[in-house]
Write a protein that binds this ligand. Sequence first.
Ligand code: DX5
Ligand code: ZN
Length: 226
Amino acid sequence: MARKRIKIAPSMMCADFLNMKGQLELFERTGVDYLHVDIMDGHYVPNFTLGPDFCRVLDGGSSIPLDIHLMIEDVDRYIPDFAGFEGAVVSFHPEVSYHPIRSLQLIKSCGARAGIALDPALGLESIRYLLPEVSLVCVMTVNPGYAGQTLIPQALPKIKELAGYISGQGLQVEIEVDGNVSWQNIPDMLEAGADVLVAGSSSIFKSGEDLEENIQRLKNLVNKKS
Ligand code: DX5
Ligand code: ZN
């Protein structure tokens, strides 16, 4: 059976903020699939990054759908600020919600597709009953909160296990891998069943390297596996 086309999602927290317009034009020209936007509140993770205004700029500056990764605590309060963007998918970490299915329903009622983000320490058992409600699972392969970290190897087998479960259940859920998606790690991530790669400082945004060349390199790498 032909493998689904692998999708690329640049991690916008790693972007060059002094050249955002040029990068969005390059993303549209080269054809990336999502803009991965990490939202951090300094509580769920010990870091701050981007917010709703930044999402509005991205949404107005390109036609590429937003893939908003909420690494925040009070998720039900803030979902409406992020889930209204056309074509967006909004993910959160279910341990922050008293009633994660209700939070997923709130995302969908605001017009976005719903996703779940899985901390490297948590197993599939923690999201089994959420999978029928989501379009995407963001499997984190680093601890949430910072770019530039190293892969947590025990997170890799989760991708394969999740791919097997999704296929066995006949669910339509994309598996996104987020964290240290590097040239070295990508083959194993794809082999395990990743559908969407979050491309950050480990690949396309490697400092001192040409973004367009790295996007092409990433596309070549994933096309070999598609
Ligand atoms: C980590 C973020 C990732 C990260 C990916 O909390 O969710 O998106 O920025 O970038 P690298 O390649 O630096 O891990
Ligand atoms: Zn992320």
